[in-house]
Design a protein. Structure first.
Lengths: 270, 184
């Protein structure tokens, strides 16, 4: 059956149990590990877009193979952002209102690199997240956790010459969703990233080490390889933590390779 | 060959609406400006139903084929063409950009707009292109289009409407599924 012929319940129906979703994920992961060991599957580094345990993906993933093509002209460039676009204070999510938001204040920092390890400099990084109670400022989020009047959960910054970014925020809480009965998302921060080529454009989610919800979450588990899943998990970094003020996490982001022919001058002063 | 392994993508989820859209995000040029056109269409799923939680971005050359490297996309001063725009679809899955027809960036190449698609339910970004329908001779020899089966080629070519708008629908799955691209 093609996906469109399958009897699909609403992706918000919360029709399945966690045990059923977990078993579906186990079967997919087990087939992947078996195939990898036998050499019939290569190591996967990105999520599968066809991953039925994530219910709303069933009717929303292309069923035909992506068409390989070489990037051309415009695709070898990226839009440019500058200080007229992003104010320095937009990277501090804790100062956007009259008071301090509730929750665990933290610093998240890291570098944005391309596939060759070059820093992606002066590029836009956007983040958004739930508050410490796991509630988004969004009309579609109606679960009964408190809204924090001092926290919106949206930030932006430009990377530095070394590709570095830094946000000050509070640790987001886990939140319930309706993928299946009693489904909870691990705490995460959404990241939106640009590279030097438009082909590198990406959106992803950063997670926190040791989250007990990892094994249960079909979005995180849509990445079949543990090594690849680990690349979305920030590290607690006591050197980033600041005395009597905030805990610190580091998370580096690697974009896909750049296809641009780099000038010697650009290489030299990186 | 890349030295580092890329970080995995994840879905944009349902709650980007208060974070990623910004004022005039879809207006690469002000509506009504001479030479401006509308690029619009509907995003549908495997059953042909509109997807109400999808975010699109376009990136293109100006009408002379010049690739802008100007800042200011997020502030939209009304004068600076940056070539990049963002549009969240409405509750009917419909999106609209106001822009200009992209010019030819390399001699003999067919002009197109680069598009990236994000949606709830879509676990990773998807890249695609929307080509202008004019100049069929040039489309016929385009490296990507000429390599596609005839029945799929049309999914990447917009329809020119009477008022000059480009109508281009995106089908994430099923009949007439849009061709999506892999650059790796």
């Amino acid at each position: 059956m093609t996906p469109s012929e399958q009897p699909v319940v609403s992706s918000d129906a919360a029709a399945n149990t966690q045990a059923e979703i977990s078993e579906d994920m186990r079967v997919i992961h087990s087939a992947y590990e078996t195939g990898k060991a036998a050499g019939s599957l290569s190591e996967e580094t990105q999520p599968r877009i066809d991953f039925p345990p994530y219910r709303s993906s069933i009717l929303r993933h292309p069923t035909k193979d992506l068409r390989h093509t070489d990037p051309e002209t415009i695709e070898l460039w990226s839009p440019a952002f500058g200080h007229r676009d992003v104010h320095k204070l937009e990277s501090d999510l804790t100062i956007q209102h009259n008071g301090d938001p509730l929750g665990e204040r933290m610093i998240v920092r890291g570098r944005v690199l391309d596939g060759d390890g070059r820093p992606v400099r002066n590029q836009l990084v956007e983040v958004w997240q739930a508050n410490s109670a796991g509630r988004y400022i969004h009309k579609r989020d109606q679960h009964p956790a408190p809204i924090d009047p001092n926290f919106t959960g949206v930030g932006r910054c430009l990377t530095g010459d070394d590709g570095s970014y830094e946000f000050i925020t509070i640790k987001p809480g886990p939140y319930p969703w309706k993928n299946h009965h009693n489904a909870w998302r691990p705490a995460h921060i959404h990241f939106s990233l640009f590279g030097t080529d438009f082909t590198q454009r990406m959106i992803t989610q950063m997670y926190f080490p040791g989250d007990p919800l990892f094994a249960l979450d079909p979005i995180y588990q849509s990445i079949t390889d543990q090594k690849a899943r680990d690349r979305l998990v920030a590290q607690y970094d006591h050197d980033v933590t600041q005395h009597e003020w905030a805990t610190g996490y580091t998370w580096d982001i690697v974009l896909s390779g750049s296809n641009r022919t780099w000038m010697d001058t650009e290489e030299d002063d990186k | 060959m890349s030295k580092l392994i890329a970080t995995p993508g994840q879905t944009v989820g349902p709650f980007y609406g208060y974070a990623l859209p910004f004022p005039k995000d879809s207006e690469l040029v002000p509506p009504g400006q001479g030479g401006s056109i509308r690029v619009h269409g509907t995003v549908t799923d495997g059953r042909g139903q509109p997807i109400p939680d999808c975010l699109l971005e376009i990136w293109q050359a100006d009408e002379h084929g010049v690739i802008a490297q100007r800042t200011g996309s997020l502030t939209r001063d009304g004068h600076t063409f940056t070539g990049w725009g963002r549009a969240a679809v409405d509750d009917d899955g419909h999106y609209t950009f106001t822009t200009v027809n992209p010019g030819v960036t390399e001699e003999g190449k067919a002009p197109f707009i680069a598009v990236v698609v994000f949606a709830r339910g879509l676990l990773n970004k998807l890249h695609t292109r929307v080509y202008l329908p004019e100049n069929p001779e040039r489309l016929a020899v385009d490296g990507l289009l000429s390599d596609l089966p005839a029945e799929r080629r049309g999914t990447l070519i917009a329809e020119r409407e009477e008022d000059g708008s480009l109508l281009w629908n995106i089908r994430l799955q099923g009949e007439n599924e849009t061709v999506f691209l892999d650059f790796s």
